[in-house]
Design a protein around this ligand. Sequence first.
Ligand code: ZN
Ligand code: ZN
Length: 216
Amino acid sequence: MEETLKFLGKDSGFGEKNNSAYYETEKSLIIIDCGFTVFQELKKKFDFTKYEDINVIITHLHNDHAGSLSQLILYLWFTYNKKINIISKCNNIKEYLKITGTPDEAYALADNSEKITFINTEHVKYLDSYGVKIILNNKKIVYTGDTCIIEPFLPYLKDADEFYVDVSKYGGAHLKIDDIIEKLRELAKSGINIIPMHMDDKTYIKGVIDKNIKAN
Ligand SMILES: [Zn+2]
Ligand SMILES: [Zn+2]
């Protein structure tokens, strides 16, 4: 099954390529999260001159999700004179951009968008964290961001097409694959495409998923 979102990286926070997804149309680019490895990936991959709008959704302010956000904003503003849209509900994002020297006029910040529903979740006690429900290319997509619980997402999954889910081998601040595999199997049976992300051990996680979810 073709996945709607493409990824710049699917590694967990200490991995090589930060977890970050994107969706591109001819004139528009949507990026989900902009961790410290993401700016260089974006710079290599995209011709920013062609977009009429560039949108970045930020799920939470850990460095592997927002660590090069200021860099991206500055680069697009000073190199291409483009003002990007930041869409986020994070409590401290304005302050975060301010202390990293990001000029107000270089970005527009919104905490909602007609296409996006933020889903408040739990990840670590030090930060507020959100997943999103977003409709792209007529697909209903649920994307957890970093989360240690699955419950906030379940109501949104009833009619979803794709579920991008933060899973780990060891759990803790993230969903532990062995704990939720039954639930994922159930969701897959109902026709949802399950896409693991933010993985600390890809081989292990893919092994568990292959063994339990045949449809994928
Ligand atoms: Zn993370
Ligand atoms: Zn995190």
